[in-house]
Write a protein that binds this ligand. Structure first.
Ligand SMILES: Cc1ncc(COP(=O)(O)O)c(C=O)c1O
Length: 459
């Protein structure tokens, strides 16, 4: 009998949640049920997802920035089909792949001056791990600094530069000498750099978890201090790069010239895992320092033909559809629209972001009855109010969002860069409607709070 994916899906669709719970992650299966996210997704196209009932949902997570081009972009799909039709020989290994060379050339052309050597990997964590490892090789120093609230991935190396307790808890001692410095505090940073043993500092130009946008002078000062003390300055653009912030690289907002930039997520066009660390040749040369070390750092699937083809097609689409400019314009509209709600909705504490990475942060209500409901929810689990809003956006407005991180009352929006004014207006209208509901303890936003609080307390 021949294999048919369509037939397999049809036959096993009813078992989807049972299978996942039994063999993969029963806790996630349960959480999705509790918050009403236990949908059966059957199709994704552009900025939308469809469930098995034929209902359409606006995807405001975009696979955490993987779908900057939207889902199933025809140009990327066609490039992948062509790569298969051409029977391109992938991963020959003792080879220097043409498509890797072309993609490297095109990425370098989009980098700040001086970044001209590329290492291709598969995930964001791979790319960041590469950056940290290469910085240690280049400087001969052991230490790495990172900022509080930082998120650079969850493998052991990248977990060691994670600024949140929740992710680190339970995994034992992480990399020695990888130390946190307070974000925004250049004096504290200089105290560490002065010790002369810091290989690198890694920053997200806009922090993904909280959508923290730094003060305008912060990152330029970090860069200046790195130069002064011989420390490698790494900008992790895995989430905010590839146009999301309204510039191809987010660090361009401050005219930065980092020593290493990391990219991932939408580099694979939403089809193929792919990532890259793009660096100064001098750093790269310190790793691949002799002929017998020409493969001293590698990863099996790096430079694979499908990832390279998807990367080339993705850059083409970003240029052709002017997605960087589009992210800037629509991002401004989205920020303005959401900020316009602040006067009417006291629970919006802040709306911030750049381009199409936007956060809405909530604060306790002033009205007494509402405040009691908020306090009960927060006592059970921090950030539960934001979760209520996420649930209402899904239930009543068919919008997929998520709370920005553990213990925060923040909803982060990462729409595909292809959205239009219609979607921006719909997002603003949905927040307006949900927060109007939330202004009454009898409104639907609070209706399920008792059940959720009970679930949170019983964990
Ligand atoms: C800034 C940043 N760096 C690194 C990573 C890790 O990427 P991956 O999940 O592909 O390992 C992420 C993931 O969200 C990220 O946002």
């Amino acid at each position: 009998m021949s294999f048919s994916l369509a037939e397999t899906i049809k036959r096993r669709q009813p078992d989807q949640f049972t299978l996942y719970g039994r063999h993969i992650n029963p806790k996630l299966t349960r959480v999705l049920g509790i918050i009403g996210f236990d949908k059966i997704w059957v199709k994704g196209e552009g900025a939308y997802l469809w469930d098995a009932n034929g209902e359409r949902y606006l995807d405001l997570l975009a696979g955490y920035s993987t779908f900057n081009l939207g889902r199933d972009h025809p140009t990327v799909r066609r490039a992948l089909e062509e790569a298969l039709e051409l029977q391109r020989p992938s991963l020959v290994k003792m080879d220097v792949p043409l498509l890797a060379g072309i993609l490297a050339e095109q990425l370098v052309a989009r980098m700040p001056p001086g970044l001209d050597a590329v290492f291709f990997a598969n995930s964001g964590a791979d790319a960041v791990d590469t950056a940290l490892k290469f910085a240690r090789a280049a400087t001969g120093r052991p230490r790495v600094l990172y900022l509080d609230h930082a998120f650079h991935g969850l493998m052991l190396g990248t977990l060691s530069v994670n600024g949140g307790k929740q992710f680190r808890k339970g995994f034992g001692k992480l990399m020695p000498g990888f130390d946190k410095v307070p974000a925004g505090d250049t004096r504290a940073l200089e105290r560490e750099l002065r010790k002369g043993n810091v290989a690198a500092i890694v920053v997200e130009p806009i922090q993904g978890k909280s959508v923290h946008v730094p003060a305008d002078d912060y990152l330029p000062t970090v860069q200046r201090l790195c130069r002064a003390y011989g420390t490698v300055f790494v900008c992790d653009e895995v989430q905010v790069g590839m146009g999301r912030s309204g510039r191809f690289l987010c660090c361009e907002h401050w005219g930065l010239e980092p020593d290493i930039v990391t990219l991932a997520k939408s580099l694979g066009g939403g089809f193929v895992p792919s990532s890259a660390a793009i660096m100064r040749r001098s750093i790269h040369d310190k790793v691949y320092s002799r002929l017998d070390r020409c493969q001293v750092h590698s990863t099996t699937f790096g430079e694979n033909e499908l990832a390279m083809a998807a990367g080339l097609a993705t850059l083409h689409v970003i240029d052709e559809e002017r997605l960087v400019e589009r992210a800037a314009v629509l991002g401004d509209q989205l920020l303005a629209g959401l900020r316009g709600l602040q006067d009417r909705h006291q629970m919006i504490a802040d709306v911030r972001g750049k381009g199409l990475i936007v956060a809405v942060e909530f604060r306790p209500p002033r009205a007494l009855a509402l405040r009691a409901a908020w306090t009960a929810a927060e006592a059970a689990q921090k950030g539960l109010f934001a979760q209520f809003v996420v649930m209402a956006l899904m239930r009543d407005h068919h919008m997929l969002t998520q709370v920005g991180g553990p213990d925060v009352n923040i909803i982060k929006l990462l729409p595909p860069l292809i959205i239009g004014e219609e979607e921006v207006d719909a997002i603003v209208a949905a927040f307006d409607a949900v927060l109007t509901e939330a202004a009454s303890v009898r409104g639907s936003v609070w209706r399920q709070s008792g059940r959720l609080i009970k679930q949170a307390l019983s964990q």
